[in-house]
Design a binder for this molecule. Sequence first.
Ligand code: GLN
Length: 199
Amino acid sequence: VPVIGVLALQGDVREHVAALAGAGARATAVRRPEELDAVDGLVIPGGESTTISKLADIFGMREPVDKRIAAGMPVYGSCAGMIMLATEVLDGRPDQRGFDGIAMTVRRNAFGRQVDSFEAPVEITGVGGGPFHAVFIRAPWVERVGAGVEVLGTVADGPAAGRVVAVRQGNLLATSFHPELTGDLRLHAYFVDLVRAAA
Ligand code: GLN
């Protein structure tokens, strides 16, 4: 059984722990470098990327996470976690910094201030069973992807139709939306499979 950590600096950690357990992993909160050493994969939850960035430095987690990413550890980032996995952030705070993650540019709070949160169907390449009922909360979208980044999902309809909201680069996976909030375990199961394949 793969052991998957949830980066527990800030954000909806418990929901991801529950979803990972439901998807067949042993899930554990990760706050310190020693705890990171003990996991086969990592989830970066939704929350507030500026806070997660600050706390990553305070808890001494930045370099250990970057090293594990360079060594091929699978990481899944949801919403703020997607921002933490982006090499470039638009509308970020000047001092916020992500991990050495996916070659992509994301825009924070991209869907607009008047629509803080919304829901839309999103089909994910490689995940069967129909579109996700995707929940977006002050979510980022992906504006540009670099070489080697695969677009896995775009918003199907509504004013944001066509926007890129799910990507993968090697063992790194990111979504703008929060599958941990809807009880749909397919994306966590996809990530658990990825961790199993990488082990
Ligand atoms: N707007 C948040 C940020 O910039 C992300 C929101 C979320 O994770 N639900 O980090």
